[in-house]
Structure formats: C-alpha cells, structure tokens
Ligand binder design. Structure first.
Ligand code: XMP
Ligand code: MG
Length: 184
C-alpha cells in the first residue's frame, strides 16, 4: 500500500518508495565493495527489517547468507523500554563469520547495543550494523552504525517494515501518522 491509498492516516511522507529503493541500491553497492570475497552472514531483526533485508540482499551482486533474530524491547506503544529479550535466536553458528546485522531503525540504540554485545560473545570474525533509519537526536547508547539508509528527525515513523500496533508495515513509503490514528 502507498500513503496515497489512505492519505487520511498520515501526517507527512518522509521518503517515497522510489527514494527508499534508490538509497537501498547505494547501500547495497557499498556492502558489495566492503565484503568482496568474504563469507557474509546477514542477520535480520524481525519483524521490522524484513523489507530492508529482502530489498538490500537482492540489490547486492555478491553472495550472502541470511539468518534472523527476534527481540522484544518490553512495552507497547512508541517508546522503547530498554529491556531487551530474545524471542527467537539464530539458527546458525556465527563463530568466525562476518556478520552484518540488518535493522529497521536505530532510535535510542539500546536494542542494537544489546544485540551487538550478545552476538559478540559468540566470537564472530567481525560484526557491523546496517540500519535503514536512524534518529540521531534520540540516541542515548552511542553505537557504531556502519551503513545508514537515512538519518531522520526524532519522530515516530511507519512503513517499509516499521509498524504502529503491528499495522503499516506494508506501507511502501515511510511516513508519520496523523494524530487521530494514535487516539483510536
Ligand atoms: P531503540 O530505542 O532500542 O529502538 O534503538 C529500536 C526499536 O524501536 C522501534 N522503533 C520504532 N518503530 N517507528 C517504528 O515503527 C519508529 O519511529 C520507531 N523508533 C523505534 C523499532 O522496533 C526498533 O527496532
Ligand atoms: Mg525493530
């Protein structure tokens, strides 16, 4: 679905489907160059990173493997609580492997700080992060994110995998919600 299909639900569109696709191609080219000849395992964080992973790995020209984790930062709504729990762990052993975590968004950075620390304890060869979106003003946990799709203002966004109450993940644009959506 595009934002124009239900315009009453949105305040403004930050990035269109075309802008997202174009940025994905640029980041894919960087990853291709950086990981040439290496054995790359991309670890997607469910559910938000599904769209980013699907588009990013298909835009790449080199081999990669894929695995997934699911984590919950306790609490519903639009604020991260900072307490992270693993709901679904990797199926693969990552010891000695080059790992690229693929995440939808870095807000405070708490979720990814926890994940990096957790995965590092399993002795991978390297570990880097790709985040489709980052809110520089919200970061409380300094984190080295090697690949960033877009830096965005500190507002809650949906679309391209990002949800509000598990809706809007299938929005192809990235947008902010109209106030009435939160009220309902
Ligand atoms: P932290 O604060 O740990 O948060 O970096 C990361 C997780 O919080 C969710 N999140 C959002 N989800 N729109 C969303 O749909 C947003 O603007 C947003 N900001 C944070 C998301 O699950 C992310 O993995
Ligand atoms: Mg997420």
């Amino acid at each position: 679905m595009r934002a124009s299909d239900i315009p009453e639900d949105f305040d403004h569109v930050l990035y269109t489907e075309e802008q997202v696709a174009s940025r994905i191609r640029e980041v894919a080219a960087q990853i291709d160059a950086d990981y040439a000849g290496r054995d790359l395992l991309m670890v997607g964080v469910l559910n938000g990173a599904v769209m980013t992973m699907a588009d990013l790995c298909r835009a790449m020209k080199s081999h990669m493997s894929m695995d997934w984790m699911a984590v919950s930062s306790y609490g519903a709504g639009t604020k991260s609580s900072g307490v992270v729990r693993i709901l679904k762990d990797l199926t693969k052993d990552i010891e000695g492997r080059d790992i690229l975590i693929v995440e939808d968004i870095v807000d405070t950075g708490l979720t990814l700080s926890y994940l990096v620390q957790n995965l590092r304890s399993r002795n991978p060869k390297s570990i880097e992060i790709m985040a489709m979106f980052r809110k520089p003003e919200a970061v409380t946990c300094p984190l080295d994110v090697k690949y960033v799709g877009f830096d965005i203002p500190n507002e809650f966004v949906v679309g391209y995998g990002l949800d509000y109450a598990d809706k809007y993940r299938n929005l192809t644009d990235v947008a902010t919600l109209a106030p009435h959506v939160y009220a309902s």
